[in-house]
Design a protein. Sequence first.
Length: 264
Amino acid sequence: MGTYFADKVIWITGASSGIGEELCKQLDRQQARLILSARSKDKLEDLSQRLSPNNHLVLPLDLANSSSFDEAVEQVIAKFGRIDILINNGGLSQRATALETSLAVDRQIMEINYFGNVALTKAVLPFMRKQGGGQFIVMSSIAGKFGFYLRSAYSASKHALHGFYESLALEEADHDIFVTMVCPGKINTNISVHALNASGQQHGVLDHNQETGMPVDQCVQQILKATERKSKEVLIGNKEILAVYIKRFLPKLFWKIIKNQSAT
């Protein structure tokens, strides 16, 4: 990977656990200057103690509270003077049927996964324009490529991200601003533990699909390779990512296969 990330100012949301935490660790080893964001200041502070000193900023952020984003961006610019890469990783998943899920939970998932994500990008974008370029790395999912059991709102929020960021990528290409859509499959993180059930409470279970998924360090290595290459999209996982290609080229076979897959 060379020195691509060295001295780059990289903002990571959802930094306190899972893919976000591992991104921080690997980018720190590559001498990036990091902004660590998530809701829990305590978890961020704990992570910061395990990273290189004086090379990052702990910046608690709630993606459901977009009114705070402009001030957060100003804090980052005041410390580092620029934002080279924004990794929109923060979000939450779902484990409930569409019938059982309240509309309030649908709105909560969309507010965090889509509107919060987009609002932070819109707050950062003018600064990237001014500095002459930048990158947005957007954490979607293979559920952003097709719907799946117990994921109706989650899948909808991820589908929406593709529509927004594919448009943004076209609009900003002449300004040297690049977008990479990251679509992980089954990754060994605690995403299912924090997923919302029908009433908006935590699912609280590490699902088999996550427990047996790709190790998170391997996932992050692939994300960073795609970032360096400025790939438009990257699918990450094991054999489950083949479903994206099967749906595209053999849709009848896809629907026969997908209906027999375990939701958890």
